[in-house]
Design a protein around this ligand. Sequence first.
Ligand code: SF4
Length: 315
Amino acid sequence: MAVLMAPGGTLQMAAGALDHGADSVYVGPHGWSRRPASDELSDAEIRELIEHGRSGGKDVRIAINVMPAPDEIGCFLDKVGRYAAWGAGGVMLCDPGCIRLVRERVPGIEIHVSVTAGLFNSEDIRVYRQLGADHVVLPYRWGSAEIAEAKGRTGIALEAFLFETPQRSWICPGRCHASSYFRIDHACDEQGKDHFVGSAGRGGSCHRICQGRWNFRSGTELLTGARQLKSSPELLLWELPDYVEVGVSRFKIPGRERSVELVCAITAFYRRALDHVLRGSRDLSGFLPEWSDIKARWVSERSHRDDRRVGAAAA
Ligand code: SF4
């Protein structure tokens, strides 16, 4: 079965995505999912969303993909247990110790290895499988041969993000801590959870400093003109038939920080494209004009957002 997952940066976005064809939405609790608080939900909102989803036969997954400190483990486990009791289908985790802990203490909930675990190869996937994970989010840059090999070796359910970084370098999701060296703002919420804005892995958000324009110098000598450290990710389309063929079971749309309108449009687009492929067609050329429009809107929103984030961090 192929499942289309959409982002829920707000309750309105999550409900809109379900209405526009998503089978499942993923959301993050405040301080626990590597995003600004404006793109995360309160526990009351998560409960409301789970109930809304269940009434329509849809599914909600919770991203808790930060690395809890020792004194946060109790709060972390309480949260996972609560979401499971409310009926969440699964949680997305990245910390190996926490994955094993959830498998032991909350046996009924499915565990996804978040892309921020920074997987490199199928041996990594085998380790997470042994720890109790049910799904793994594939690294962005894998081709269908690598995906098929991982499926054959591990038997784990595979989830693919519908975007990738065109720059095939080694800035790997979850393994970049550059923002933390630039600026960190700290706050503690009423539940005792630390929020480190600037340090996504510890519960906050990164400043997107790779998207700023940087000059490189050696002493007083300017080595390069202003340049970005990393190119912007791009939405995927042509890969869909291969992904379906090699057994990817979840297709994940990125964008919890996008507008509700754009997320609804992207969800409706991928719903039609995925259904087209599932009916047996490999020809997606008819989707090209609409895809070009959606990609342009995606890049425009992303650039504005990144410029704001870098600017705010530098202020
Ligand atoms: S600075 Fe760029 S590469 Fe590093 S975590 Fe943030 S978005 Fe990713």
